[in-house]
Design a protein around this ligand. Structure first.
Ligand SMILES: [Zn+2]
Length: 422
C-alpha cells in the first residue's frame, strides 16, 4: 500500500517535471494555438539586434515573437510604441506588482521577448539575470506573471601550484581568479606573512566551488578548503558554515583562522600611507611617526567595525576629523579617522559586531584625499595593523564540532587526491 502510494507520488512528480520542462521550452519556442497545425521553432537570442519571426497559423492569424536586446535609453513605452502595441496594454501590464517592479527598470544587455498576436501582446519574457526571468502571459486584460529561476548546479574544483615568484602570480598561473587569490590571502593573513614566510618551492592546493548552468561553467564560488605547504609547516583552512548560518575559515582543530580584528576595516583601493615610525607628513611638512595605516578608498565607501566590541568615542578628533574608537575584549582598541560621516545613530557605549558599518570614508581633519586612518592598539601600544600578531577568531561552537569534523574529513580527502596526483 505504502509502496503504491510512493509510486503514485513519484509518477505525479514525474508528470509535474515534464510539465515544468514543457513550460520552460514554451518560452523559447513559438507555438500556434491551432490544434492541427502546431509550429515550433527554436529562436536563437541575438546579441544586439532585434529579430522578428512570424508564424502563420492555420486560421491565418498572425503571431510574432520579437526578441530584443535592451539598449541604454530603452524603456517599455518606447519598445511598445515601436512594436505598435496599444498604450492601454502597457497600463494594464504595469498594474501588476511583479511586472511593474522588473519592467520599469530595464537594464542594457538583457533580453526582452514579446509575443504579439494581431497587434496585441500575448506573452512577454524578460531575462533579467543569467538564470532568472520574468514570464508574463496576457489574456483578456488579465496579467499572469511569475519569476522562473533555473537552479545552478555546483561542483568542487581543485587547483594547485608551486610558489616561484609571488603567491599572487603563481596562483594566477594555476588558474585562480583575482577574487580567489584575494580570498586565499585573507584566509591565511592571520597565520602567514606572504612577503616573509613564503619561499620558492612552497606549495599550495585549493578546492573551490564552481557553478554551472545547463552544463556550462558560469562562475566560481568560494574557496572551500586550502593548504599551503612551506618547508617546515602545513597550513590548512576549511570553510564551514555554522548551524546559525555564519561562514568562516577554520584550521583542522576548528579554531577560527581569521584574526579577531580586521587588518583593514574598508574595501580599499590602495594603501596611501603605511605604518611607519618616521614619515614625512604631507600637510604638516615635518617628520613624525605614523602609528596607523591609511587605506585610500572612494568617498562614502562603508567603514566596518574591525571586531565585536563597544564604541568608546564618536566625534571630532582634531587632525583626525570625524573619528570612532571601539574597545574590544582583552584590552584591544581600534581607531577609525577622517570619516565623512558616522553610521546613523552610532553612539558611545553601543555594542557593535565585526563587519558592522560604523561610518563612511571621507577626508575630514588633516587629509589630502579620501581615506581611513586605521589604528590597532593593545595595552596602550599602537601596533602595525598589517603585521601585528592578533588573537584568532571564535572557534567552532561545541554543538557543531562533530558536523565540522565530518565535513573536514571529506574536503581533506579531496585535497589529498590532488596531492597524490603530484
Ligand atoms: Zn594616517
Amino acid at each position: 500500500m505504502q509502496l503504491k502510494y510512493y509510486r503514485r507520488s513519484l509518477v505525479s512528480i514525474g508528470v509535474s517535471l515534464v510539465l515544468l520542462i514543457a513550460l520552460w521550452f514554451s518560452f523559447h519556442h513559438k507555438t500556434s494555438s491551432s490544434s492541427n497545425a502546431t509550429v515550433s521553432t527554436e529562436l536563437a537570442l541575438p546579441a544586439t539586434t532585434s529579430t522578428t519571426a512570424a508564424v502563420k497559423t492555420a486560421a491565418g492569424d498572425k503571431t510574432d515573437w520579437h526578441v530584443r536586446s535592451i539598449e541604454s535609453g530603452d524603456n517599455l513605452a518606447s519598445i511598445f510604441k515601436k512594436q505598435h502595441i496599444p498604450a492601454a496594454m502597457l497600463q494594464t501590464l504595469l498594474k501588476n506588482k511583479l511586472t511593474k517592479q522588473y519592467l520599469t527598470n530595464l537594464k542594457p544587455g538583457q533580453t526582452l521577448q514579446l509575443q504579439i498576436h494581431n497587434n496585441a501582446l500575448t506573452r512577454l519574457n524578460y531575462e533579467f539575470s543569467i538564470n532568472q526571468k520574468l514570464s508574463i502571459a496576457m489574456q483578456d486584460n488579465k496579467v499572469n506573471s511569475k519569476i522562473i529561476t533555473k537552479p545552478f548546479s555546483e561542483s568542487l574544483l581543485l587547483k594547485s601550484g608551486t610558489v616561484r615568484h609571488s603567491l599572487a602570480d603563481d596562483a594566477h598561473n594555476a588558474g585562480l581568479t583575482n577574487n580567489m587569490i584575494f580570498e586565499l590571502e585573507k584566509i591565511f593573513s592571520g597565520k602567514i606573512n606572504f612577503n616573509r614566510n613564503l619561499h620558492a618551492g612552497d606549495k599550495f592546493r585549493i578546492l573551490h566551488q564552481e557553478f554551472y548552468l545547463d552544463g556550462q561553467k558560469v562562475k566560481p564560488g568560494h574557496i572551500m578548503a586550502a593548504q599551503i605547504q612551506t618547508k617546515n609547516k602545513l597550513y590548512t583552512a576549511i570553510r564551514y558554515t555554522t548551524p546559525a548560518g555564519v561562514s568562516g575559515y577554520y584550521d583542522i582543530d576548528g579554531h577560527g583562522l581569521q584574526p579577531m580584528l580586521l587588518r583593514a576595516p574598508v574595501h580599499y583601493t590602495r594603501i596611501s600611507s603605511p605604518y611607519s615610525l618616521r614619515r614625512w607628513h604631507p600637510i604638516l611638512h615635518t617628520w613624525r611617526p605614523h602609528f596607523g595605516v591609511d587605506y585610500a578608498a572612494p568617498a562614502n565607501t562603508p567603514i566596518h567595525a574591525a571586531g565585536d566590541g563597544k564604541v568608546t568615542f564618536v566625534g571630532q578628533g582634531h587632525g583626525f576629523g570625524n573619528m570612532v574608537m571601539i574597545s574590544h575584549p582583552n584590552h584591544w582598541t581600534t581607531v577609525y579617522a577622517h570619516m565623512r560621516r558616522f553610521a546613523k545613530n552610532l553612539h558611545t557605549r553601543q555594542y557593535v559586531q565585526k563587519g558592522q558599518t560604523i561610518g563612511y570614508v571621507g577626508m575630514t581633519g588633516l587629509a589630502t584625499g579620501p581615506h581611513v586612518h586605521y589604528e590597532i592598539r593593545h595595552l596602550g601600544l599602537r601596533l602595525n595593523p598589517r603585521t601585528t600578531k592578533l588573537p584568532g577568531d571564535k572557534p567552532i561552537p561545541w554543538k557543531a564540532r562533530k558536523d565540522f569534523k565530518k565535513h573536514e574529513k571529506i574536503l581533506l580527502a579531496e585535497l589529498d587526491l590532488l596531492k597524490n596526483q603530484g
